[in-house]
Design a protein around this ligand. Structure first.
Ligand SMILES: NC(=O)c1ccc[n+]([C@@H]2O[C@H](COP(=O)([O-])OP(=O)(O)OC[C@H]3O[C@@H](n4cnc5c(N)ncnc54)[C@H](O)[C@@H]3O)[C@@H](O)[C@H]2O)c1
Length: 264
């Protein structure tokens, strides 16, 4: 449960990619509670029950099914949104190939990682934010205070400690690290390029607790100054903050919401 209300988010329109994923659903719900209208993009099929739940908060919701691996699919959705939306205030680039994505040649030992999957991951995690921001810039500029939040990862700035993966079937692909590192730097590039009108920041979560292998959780927690994994709410609250006018003087930053993982 996130405490507090960002009054200025009420009546704004936010586009959230990967809005039907684990973090995406919490993001949509918490923005809805603030009164923010939502445009949700995901490759999963529309979830009518979830959209109905969101509308309980007296907001408008719109869903577009899209495959970010395809440039044509991305161009199509940009065109659709540009035709139907009057103004975009907030863009959250959250969709991604993640560590648990079930793709061949992905979360496997280095020698088994495939170039095909590397390319697809870069397409979704890095090329898509570039393409969406470029394609939607005009719509963002129609807002009084447009803002973009990219979702990175601690693995965009830090190498994996393989000790914590030992004895589990979990992986940490090179393509994930490289794409998130690229996204963090793209954030800085865009922040200076789109300034002073559009603020661009990145939130880099640490590991979120999701019933992972117990030995992983124990070792991960020991490696973290706050001695535990994150909750979805703890990540989402920083995204709400950066999207709101409370963060009006913050741009070009990568905020690591990681329980101190990056502080050692
Ligand atoms: N879970 C963690 O511990 C953690 C840690 C650090 C960073 N993150 C980041 O948080 C964000 C959300 O992660 P999550 O854990 O909710 O993952 P998730 O897999 O639950 O959600 C990702 C969403 O992206 C969508 N998506 C993936 N490929 C797509 C494509 N080709 N086209 C359109 N949509 C596509 C999926 O359908 C899904 O809804 C990601 O950017 C991830 O890298 C997560």
């Amino acid at each position: 449960m996130i405490q507090g209300l960002y009054e200025d988010l009420k009546g704004k329109t936010a586009l959230i990619t990967g809005g039907l994923g684990c973090l995406g659903r919490v993001l949509c719900t918490e923005f809805a509670k603030q009164g923010t209208n939502l445009i949700i993009l995901d490759k999963s099929q529309e979830d009518a029950v979830f959209l109905t739940e969101l509308r309980r908060y007296q907001i408008s919701t719109e869903f577009h099914q899209v495959d970010f691996e395809s440039g044509d699919s991305r161009s199509r959705v940009i065109e659709e949104i540009s035709k139907t939306t009057q103004r975009l205030d907030i863009l959250i680039n959250n969709a991604a190939y993640v560590g648990s994505t079930d793709a061949p040649g992905w979360a496997v030992p280095f020698q088994d990682q495939s170039i095909d999957t590397w390319n697809k991951a870069l397409e979704v995690n890095l090329t898509t934010p570039f393409h969406l921001i470029q394609g939607l810039e005009k719509l963002l500029r129609l807002s009084d205070a447009p803002t973009i939040v990219n979702i990175g990862s601690i693995y965009g700035s830090h190498g994996p400690d393989w000790e914590i993966y030992k004895g589990t079937d979990m992986g940490n692909p090179a393509g994930y690290a490289a794409s998130k590192g690229g996204l963090i730097q793209l954030t800085r590039w865009l922040a200076t390029t789109l300034s002073p009108k559009i603020r661009v920041n990145c939130v880099s979560p640490g590991g979120i607790s999701r019933n992972q292998d117990i030995s992983f959780v124990e070792k991960y927690s020991l490696r973290t100054p706050l001695k535990r994994m994150a909750t979805e709410d703890e990540i989402v609250s920083s995204i709400l903050f950066l999207s709101s006018s409370s963060a009006n003087y913050i741009t070009g930053q990568n905020i690591q919401v990681d329980g101190g993982w990056s502080a050692w």
